[in-house]
Design a protein around this ligand. Structure first.
Ligand code: GLA
Length: 399
């Protein structure tokens, strides 16, 4: 009888014990990589391979991310792009930093960036050399055939992110090349965000987000450049791929150009609104040491960032694409929805959006304008005059 009582008491405790164990597991489980789209900085759009791209610059950028309040707004990754590596591997076949640009080495750079509460990313290519044109018959070494030792170097340096490009790929199938690096990264045991960059050539939205690659993001387009025409082209290619994006796996229409000077502030606001409603990576591509206040204001719009980073993790869906007017709707975790209305055309347009078009039932709604930072209540309909290339962005909640 005593034994039976003891058994009953033990059984009664079981759920409590299980709960304790699972709570403990939850507390110690690492945050899922890419649970929301990656945010941070990459030097490519501002410097390409010019000499100014060096360790002093990158350290200065890390400092600025902190002092300008960008880290606190969510920008975490500091990523170096092509041309960080030395022309040759070392005598053991390992990648090494270019001694002119990064004399202190990659580990020291990673340590510095980590000491600022940020994360560190590097670049390589799933080919025999990277994309920067060969000089004196030498290119920067790529990862093809060196996946294991390169991933081990990245992990040893403290790398948190790899952008893996597609140049000089010897026509080996993309799935094979990206799987080799994905496996090598996983084998290091270090969580390293894997950003596939094959420019949408092999429809990566169909395979890159699933095992065996299981990447956190994949480029959907060719390179963006700092012009309205380029931004528009990239947007149109990415916006129709919404069904493939989900937490941990994002469409990547390339990095931001905000602040680089080739677009007006109106166009940069559209760029930032569109990337955010598409749950795209927000990787700053301008030199933060010289950024103008208006561009910084765009990058620091926390209400817009919150749409991009919403934990429901749904890419906005385009419900209208007609006459140069685009309407995109993104459901959010708290039951509200974000809406962007974008005027692609060169003329001012009066745009009306009925509640039903953006999925709203008849009722009362709080309409928050995310650029004017003001709210009003209404029936969910939108009537707005948009200047050429301008966008309006709202967060609409019932009540
Ligand atoms: C490719 C990529 C760019 C950039 C360059 C570097 O073009 O798509 O984003 O990384 O290579 O050479």
């Amino acid at each position: 009888m005593k034994r039976l009582n003891l058994l009953i008491a033990k059984l009664a405790l079981l759920p409590v014990l299980c709960l304790g164990v699972s709570l403990q597991a939850a507390a110690s489980a690492p945050a899922r990589l890419g649970a929301t789209p990656q945010m941070g900085f990459n030097n490519w759009n501002s410097t390409h391979c010019r000499d100014e791209f060096n360790e002093q610059m990158i350290r200065g950028i890390a400092d600025k991310i902190v002092s300008l309040g960008l880290r606190d707004a969510g920008y975490r990754y500091v990523n170096v792009d092509d041309c960080w590596a030395n022309w040759q591997r070392d005598k053991d076949g390992k990648l090494q930093a270019n001694p002119k640009r990064f004399p202190s080495g990659m580990k020291a750079l990673a340590d510095y960036i980590h000491s600022r509460g940020l994360k560190f990313g590097v670049y390589s290519s799933a080919g025999t050399s990277t994309c920067e044109p060969l000089q004196e018959n030498r290119g920067f070494p790529g990862g093809l055939g060196h996946e294991k030792e390169d991933a081990a170097s990245f992990a040893a340096w403290g790398v948190d992110y790899l952008k893996y490009d597609n140049c000089n790929n010897q026509k080996i199938p993309a799935l094979q090349r990206y799987t080799a690096m994905a496996d090598a990264l996983r084998a290091t045991g270090r969580p390293i965000f894997f950003s596939v960059c094959e420019w949408g050539e092999n429809k990566p939205w169909l395979w890159a987000g699933k095992p065996p690659v299981d990447a956190q993001s994949w480029r959907t387009t060719g390179d963006i450049s700092d012009s309205y025409a380029s931004m528009l082209k990239v947007f149109k290619q990415d916006v129709v791929l919404d069904r493939y994006a989900r937490p941990g796996h994002w469409n990547d229409p390339d990095m931001l150009e905000v602040g680089n000077g080739g677009m007006t502030d109106v166009e940069y606001r559209s760029h930032f609104s569109l990337w955010s409603i598409m749950a795209a990576p927000l990787l700053i591509g301008t030199d933060l040491r010289t950024i103008k206040p208006e561009a910084l204001k765009i990058l620091l719009n926390k209400e817009v960032i919150a749409v991009d980073q919403d934990p429901l993790g749904v890419q906005g869906h385009q419900v209208r694409d007609a006459g140069g007017i685009h309407v995109i709707v993104k459901p959010l975790k708290d039951g509200s929805r974000a809406v962007v209305v974008f005027n692609e055309t060169d003329g001012a347009q009066d745009v009306d959006v009925a509640p039903a078009e953006i999925g709203l039932k008849p009722g009362r709604y709080e309409m928050r304008d995310l650029w004017l930072h003001s709210g009003r209540s209404g029936d969910g309909s939108i009537a707005v005059k948009l200047q050429p290339h301008a966008s309006a962005m709202y967060r609409i909640r019932a009540g």
